[in-house]
Design a binder for this molecule. Structure first.
Ligand SMILES: [Zn+2]
Length: 247
């Protein structure tokens, strides 16, 4: 609380108040920027689409691989069955137990048909192996991509976490500076400042730089500049209404 007794004291209080809200504004601008960056970091971290997408591709490649392996195994199984049938037929044909010419002819015909079927199946097996090989390459590629995405994600998280921690420390320090700045400003002015900040997108105090208001970019009258410089009263920009501060 500030006790005002003499006129000189009043001017002193106002001067330190204007300087105070300018400092407060600078601190708040830094806090706003830090919080905005934290929000950006959170939004970057929320986007995990690269990992999700590469995982989806990996699962898809894995399904294709399973199906190709099954296909290959299925054809091989069929080859085994047909081959065994062929071998049994051949055994019977040359065993000497079959003497009936008609039966011998049937066995021979069946043997030839089975040989043709085995040849067809061998072709299908070759095709299945080629598909399986392609799927294997696809799966390995998808696995690599997913590993890369996971690694990049980990690196990103490490960087973002480290940046976040630095920013949170900054915010904590700035909040301390804010408390100090608040102590030099009368409550009524703080209320006006907060109201102006909410109205003017966070910027309540504008520095007058080379006769221009840094808040809106328009010129400030010489009278205003002088009054603001003297610090004898609170001066606001005629255009954007922000408090004017002259260094
Ligand atoms: Zn202005």
């Amino acid at each position: 609380m500030v006790r005002i007794i003499h006129r000189g004291d009043i001017i002193h209080v106002i001067m330190s108040s204007v300087a105070g809200i300018y400092i407060l504004q600078q601190v708040d601008t830094k806090i706003d920027r830090s919080k905005k960056r934290i929000a950006e970091i959170n939004s970057v971290l929320d986007d995990n689409s690269a990992v999700v997408e590469t995982l989806r591709q990996l699962q898809e490649a894995s399904v294709l691989m399973d199906s190709a392996t099954k296909k290959h195994a299925g054809v091989q199984g069929e080859i085994d069955i047909v081959s065994s049938k062929y071998e049994n037929g051949e055994k019977r044909l040359y065993s000497g137990t079959v003497t009936n010419p008609k039966e011998l002819k049937d066995l021979q015909d069946q043997g030839e048909a089975l040989v043709r079927r085995i040849a067809e199946l061998e072709d299908a097996k070759l095709e299945a192996m080629i598909v399986e090989e392609d799927c294997k390459e696809g799966l390995e590629g998808a696995n690599r991509n997913h590993e890369v995405a996971l690694h990049e994600r980990k690196v990103l998280e490490r960087e973002m976490d480290s940046e976040s921690m630095t920013i949170l420390d900054d915010i904590e320090r700035l909040e301390g500076e804010r408390e100090v700045a608040l102590n030099s400003i009368p409550d009524e002015l703080i209320d006006r400042y907060e109201l102006a900040r909410s109205k003017y997108r966070g910027l309540a105090v504008a520095l007058v730089d080379d006769g221009m208001c840094s808040g809106c970019g328009l010129g400030v009258s010489t009278g205003h500049v002088q009054a603001a410089r003297s610090g004898s009263r609170i001066v606001t920009c005629d255009n954007c209404n922000r408090f004017l501060y002259v260094k």
